[in-house]
Structure formats: structure tokens, C-alpha cells
Design a protein around this ligand. Structure first.
Ligand code: ADP
Ligand code: TMP
Ligand code: ASP
Length: 237
């Protein structure tokens, strides 16, 4: 498949059209951003680690029955994906309290959330990705009710699959963000699943091994992502 012009440059990935209107190329850059793009740095190897990490997770999810956009790795920093009509919403599941939930509700970081919490956010950096609910989604037409139900169902299915996968690697899946889109009528998981968009703690020590290391200036960001990848058996070569 031939790479064509750039369609969009996001904060961490560049999106290219191909000569096939149904496919895009995602280029994972080393750019690392936090606080809606306020803090940005280039971290060596991050693009490559995240590209391979997301490909590995998407394959695991496909095997578990979650349909995804992933077609295959093209190079160290590029993957081929189906071109989706993205919903402008982010689906978050939280198994353990952390991040904005703690700030918003005054909850102590680290407490187990049973049952897990589901939240929708609007994908809009200028508005700082505000939390929304199903009424906003319906009223403003960001997705129809059937799509909302499907996104919730698939996001919880991802939780069942990945909490187990990470637990087997000695990791706690604290929370994560997913984005979905439509392809020929079907709702598929899009974007990425990497330590940039989830929280992962060591199950024994609760050491943070995700983008909170960058947000909180803890250092060793990509080294932590590589440690997670190594434990999962992701091929980084
Ligand atoms: P952001 O837009 O949040 O800065 P990225 O830098 O990761 O994020 O940019 C990737 C962009 O590509 C995002 O806007 C994401 O919604 C979009 N995207 C991801 N996968 C697909 C896909 N399969 N089809 C269309 N758009 C996609
Ligand atoms: P939060 O605690 O900041 O709301 O984030 C919850 C989880 O979702 C966390 O793993 C980070 C991820 N996330 C993103 O990756 N991008 C986003 O824009 C948002 C709102 C959350
Ligand atoms: N994904 C957002 C950003 O890159 C928010 C965050 O991760 O803190 O700015």
C-alpha cells in the first residue's frame, strides 16, 4: 500500500492517507504530551515502543473477540489501520482510583473500584476533554444510542481481557482510555492502546510504569514502557 499525504498530525501520532481509501498509516512519533498538549517532550524510542506495544495489544484483543482497526506493522514506527469515522468521545474504565477521579471526587489514590467505573469524555483539547454523559452524546449527536451501548460493551470486554493479561505479567491495569470509530457500519476499536493512554502499576510495589512518570516528572518513562513490554512478551526488536 502506497503512503500518500498527511491527513492529520495529532499530539503523538501522524496520520497518513494511502492509495486505498479504506486504510490509513499511523506514524507513532517520539513526542510525548500531557495536560492537553501543555507539556511536550521528545522521548527517544517511544514511537517505536508504542507502535509495537499497541500492535501486540490489538492482536490480543482481536483474539478475544474485540474488533479493532489494526491491520499490521509496516515499520518500526508505522502501522496500517482501517480508516474509521471516529466518534469524538473517549471511553475510560477505572479499576483503581487515580488521576482526575481523585481530584474530582476527593477519593484517595489506590483504592479498588468495585464495580469498575465507566466515564465518557469529549475529545476536545481546547475544552480540556470535559467529562460528559450519555445525554450529552445523544443531544449533540456525537454517537447514536446503539453506538454508545456498543462502545460500553466493548470497553468492558477490553477490561476483562487486559486486566488478566496484565495481571499475568505482574501488573495492575489501573485505568485506560479507548477511542472507537465506524467502518462500513461496524464499530471498531481505533487509535492505540499503550502506556501513554492507560495507567499500569507494578502489582507488588505499585510503582507507576505509565505516562504518569512523564506527567509527574519521575523520569525513566520509556524505560518503564519497555519493562512493561518485556513482561508481556512484546517483541521490541
Ligand atoms: P490526538 O489527536 O489526541 O492528539 P494522536 O496524536 O494519537 O492523538 O493522533 C491520532 C489521531 O488519529 C487521533 O485524533 C485519533 O482519533 C485518530 N485515529 C486513530 N485511529 C484512527 C483510525 N483508524 N481512523 C481514523 N482516525 C484515527
Ligand atoms: P484521567 O485520570 O486523567 O481522567 O485519565 C484516565 C485514563 O485515561 C488515564 O489512563 C489516561 C487516559 N486518558 C488519556 O489517555 N487521554 C485523555 O485525554 C484522557 C482524558 C484520559
Ligand atoms: N492525552 C492528553 C495529552 O496528551 C492528556 C494527558 O495525557 O495528560 O495532553
Amino acid at each position: 500500500m502506497q503512503k500518500r499525504e498527511q491527513l492529520y498530525a495529532g499530539k503523538a501520532k501522524s496520520v497518513y492517507l494511502t492509495d486505498d481509501p479504506d486504510h490509513l498509516i499511523l506514524h507513532y512519533r517520539n513526542d510525548t504530551s500531557a495536560f492537553d498538549g501543555e507539556k511536550i517532550e521528545q522521548l527517544a524510542r517511544k514511537g517505536e515502543v508504542n507502535n509495537r506495544f499497541s500492535a501486540f495489544i490489538m492482536q490480543k484483543l482481536e483474539q478475544a473477540g474485540v474488533p479493532t482497526h489494526h491491520e499490521g506493522l509496516l515499520s518500526a514506527q508505522e502501522s496500517l489501520v482501517k480508516k474509521l469515522d471516529m466518534f469524538p468521545v473517549e471511553c475510560v474504565v477505572r479499576n483503581i482510583a487515580a488521576g482526575s477521579l481523585c481530584k474530582r471526587l476527593g477519593v484517595e489514590e489506590g483504592i479498588d473500584l468495585e464495580p469498575p467505573v465507566f466515564e465518557f469524555f469529549l475529545k476536545n483539547d481546547a475544552l480540556h476533554d470535559p467529562m460528559i454523559n450519555e445525554y450529552h452524546i445523544r443531544t449533540f449527536g456525537w454517537a447514536d444510542d446503539e453506538a454508545v451501548a456498543k462502545m460500553k460493551e466493548l470497553t468492558f470486554k477490553v477490561n476483562d481481557t487486559l486486566t488478566r493479561l496484565f495481571a499475568d505479567a505482574g501488573l495492575l491495569l489501573v485505568d485506560y482510555k479507548l477511542e472507537f470509530g465506524r467502518f462500513r457500519g461496524e464499530i471498531l476499536l481505533g487509535d492505540e492502546f499503550t502506556p501513554d493512554g492507560c495507567r499500569l502499576w507494578d502489582a507488588e510495589t505499585r510503582e507507576k510504569l505509565d505516562k504518569d512518570r512523564f506527567r509527574q516528572g519521575l523520569g525513566g518513562v520509556v524505560e518503564a514502557y519497555e519493562e512493561v513490554a518485556r513482561r508481556l512478551g512484546v517483541d521490541l526488536s
